[in-house]
Structures are given as structure tokens and as C-alpha cells.
Design a protein around this ligand. Structure first.
Ligand code: MN
Length: 261
């Protein structure tokens, strides 16, 4: 397969024939459907295979300073989870700058740089000591947020979906196998806009470590192969406008860049 094809949508990858086989965790016999529905995949570095995405979990307020800037008290309110739809994924190839569309309805569009873990093992009530065995690979991701809409819904005690779970709200770089990278317990995580540093922290500052996130998530949901976890963003989230270029970094992963268009 030509390299570029990996970063096109699955619809153009000829995967439409698989559209009827989306039952959780198990391949099913082909079924007839009146139309195809695209599946979501993320490229795996050094492999011609694509990672099939089942669910996207996101952890909120997992760095103390970010929790405080969002108006909560991390000593009293633990992190929590929300989800994005799988088709929120925007695959971004390293070494280039992908166009990222400024979304509809918002006037306050925010970046959040995050470490992403991709799972390949199922589990319920996973103990922390074995939690990282469930991680197949890691990636650099952006949890793009329509902050004005998120806040408006939060003020009304309504769900966040319109602020968090919209099209292309989850840019992600290619996956890097955990067997090759090892764990990401610490290391620099930063984000620049137009070359200026906006977010800069260390992965070791997470309130819930990745192992703890997996353990806690698995108490609420049965985790399955194909699930991915956005592990939260550090402080100093902020807005971008059309024309801005975001560059993000996590030590030992290639940088990810998008231009807001
Ligand atoms: Mn986030």
C-alpha cells in the first residue's frame, strides 16, 4: 500500500466491505447492508497493519494545574472520563502539517495536547499492576475542544458532547508499539502555537497514571481491543484561530503538527 493511503479515510482504503462487521470484540460473518459505514483506523509505525478503533475514552482534569484552571479543586474532585465518537479521529502523518478545519458553531476553539494509549486486550476490573499489559501502542494526540460550547453546556448541567465530541476533534499521530517504546511514565509534553510555547509539562504530573486510568475505566466499562484512551492535558490550554499552526511533542514520539484552516 502506498504510504499516503494510510492517512486517508478508511472509506478510500477499500474497507467498505468490512462495514457490517463492527460488533464489539469479534469478527462476524459478512452481512448485507444497504450502504457502507466507514470504520476508523490509525496507522501503526513500522507496520502495514492499521489499528482498528473501537471506542475513544478521554480523561478530564488529570493534571492539577489544568484542573485548577478549569475551575475545579483536584484535592476534592478526582479526574473523570468522557468519550468521543471513533470518527472524531483525524490521522496526522509525522513530518508534515495537516490541515485541520476550524469547526462550526464555536468562537473559542481550544487545543489540548495529550498522550494516547491504544489497547489490545480486553478486561474488567483490571488491577493496576497488570494494567499496562493491555497497552498495545502509544501516540501523540490532540483533544480539540469547542470551549465556549463545553462551558455553556456545563453551566446548564448538560452533557459536553457538542463541545468535545464533534467531527475531527481527535487529531492523532501514528501508533508506536509499546513493546518498542516502553511505558510513558514520565517525559516532556509540550505544545506550541506559531512557534511559541503554550503548554509545557511532564507526563509524571498526571493525577491518575495511565495504569490507574485503565484500572478505573475497567471498573465502569469492559475494555476491549481497539479502545484508545486520551490521558488528559496539562495546564495552559488556549484558543487558536484560522491560520495558526499547532506543533506538539511528547518525548520519544515524533512531533505532530496541524494548521487550523
Ligand atoms: Mn482533554
Amino acid at each position: 500500500m502506498h504510504r499516503r493511503a494510510l492517512f486517508q479515510t478508511s472509506a478510500t482504503l477499500g474497507l467498505g466491505a468490512l462495514a457490517g462487521c463492527a460488533s464489539p470484540g469479534a469478527a462476524q460473518p459478512a452481512v448485507k447492508t444497504p450502504f457502507g459505514v466507514s470504520a476508523t483506523h490509525v496507522p501503526i509505525m513500522g507496520s502495514d497493519m492499521l489499528f482498528p478503533v473501537r471506542r475513544i475514552y478521554c480523561i478530564g482534569r488529570n493534571y492539577r494545574a489544568h484542573a485548577i484552571e478549569m475551575g475545579s479543586n483536584p484535592d476534592r474532585e478526582p479526574p473523570f472520563f468522557f468519550r468521543k465518537p471513533t470518527d472524531a479521529v483525524q490521522n496526522v502523518a509525522p513530518g508534515g502539517v495537516a490541515d485541520h478545519p476550524y469547526p462550526a458553531l464555536t468562537k473559542y476553539y481550544h487545543y489540548e495536547v495529550e498522550l494516547v494509549a491504544a489497547l489490545h486486550k480486553a478486561g474488567r476490573n483490571i488491577p493496576m499492576v497488570t494494567a499496562l499489559d493491555h497497552v498495545y501502542a502509544y501516540a501523540l494526540g490532540l483533544d480539540m475542544t469547542r470551549r465556549d460550547l463545553q462551558r455553556a453546556m456545563a453551566d446548564e448541567k448538560k452533557p459536553w458532547e457538542i463541545g468535545k465530541s464533534f467531527d475531527k476533534s481527535a487529531p492523532i499521530g501514528p501508533l508506536h508499539l509499546a513493546s518498542q517504546t516502553g511505558a510513558f511514565a514520565s517525559g516532556a509534553i509540550w505544545l506550541k502555537v506559531n512557534g511559541g510555547v503554550k503548554q509545557s509539562a511532564d507526563l509524571g504530573q498526571m493525577i491518575w497514571s495511565l495504569a490507574e486510568q485503565i484500572a478505573k475505566l475497567s471498573e465502569a466499562f469492559e475494555l476491549m481491543p481497539g479502545d484508545i484512551i486520551y490521558s488528559g492535558t496539562p495546564e495552559n490550554v488556549g484558543p487558536v484561530v484560522r491560520g495558526d499552526v499547532i506543533e506538539c511533542h511528547i518525548d520519544r514520539l515524533p512531533n505532530l503538527s496541524v494548521k487550523i484552516v
